[in-house]
Design a protein around this ligand. Structure first.
Ligand SMILES: CC(C)(COP(=O)(O)OP(=O)(O)OC[C@H]1O[C@@H](n2cnc3c(N)ncnc32)[C@H](O)[C@@H]1OP(=O)(O)O)[C@@H](O)C(=O)NCCC(=O)NCCS
Length: 160
């Protein structure tokens, strides 16, 4: 999928060997810190394993390529009937320019193509407005807590 931005084309494609784990982690840290969490805490959070080679190796990853840069990325965890959106991170320099919605659409379309009936994710509270714009609805509380809060599981119906 391609979205056109002033003076720049952003292409959504599968991750290639050119995008290092470190680069993906950097984008996630910058995106998370954009919500105002203390950077040291974000770096500590990012070092806990979610972005290790082992964890990333188990995911299917899509990147948004803007020129020679990666503007954001998204990942799907293995799933059948219900797809699980594990990651969605946009470089703050690229936020509010359609990159997040293009990545979201790419993973939702791929999940639908494979026969999933719904895609779910654990929603960062600051991103709930974005997810509502994507058609997401509240499903249940997450069993895990992050940063001392109960997070919400949201989902989008992929049928029809
Ligand atoms: C949430 C995030 C992925 C959105 O990406 P983005 O590229 O800025 O989103 P888009 O530009 O595609 O926005 C799509 C629509 O959602 C709206 N939107 C974007 N972020 C929003 C927010 N935080 N709150 C409310 N609406 C938002 C946009 O205004 C746009 O609306 P429009 O279609 O009416 O113009 C991005 O802000 C991000 O990476 N945040 C930090 C990391 C994070 O929280 N990730 C989610 C982890 S669960």
């Amino acid at each position: 999928m391609v979205v056109a931005e002033p003076g720049m084309t952003v292409e959504i494609r599968r991750r290639s060997a050119r995008e290092s784990d470190e680069r993906l982690r950097e984008i996630a840290i910058a995106a998370k810190a954009h919500w105002g969490y203390p950077r040291e805490r974000v770096i500590e959070w990012a070092s806990k394993g979610d972005f290790s080679a082992e964890t990333l190796g188990q995911l299917e990853i899509w990147v948004a390529e803007a020129g020679r840069n990666i503007a954001g990325w998204a990942s799907l965890a293995p799933g059948d009937e219900v797809a699980w959106l594990e990651d969605l991170w946009v470089d703050p320099r690229w936020m509010r320019q359609g990159v997040g919605s293009a990545l979201f659409a790419a993973v939702a379309n791929e999940s639908r193509r494979r026969g999933a009936v719904r895609m779910e994710w654990e929603a960062e509270p600051d991103a709930i407005g974005f997810y509502r714009r994507m058609g997401g609805r509240d499903l249940r509380d997450s069993p895990t807590t992050e940063w001392g809060r109960v997070l919400r599981i949201m989902g989008v119906d992929l049928r029809g």
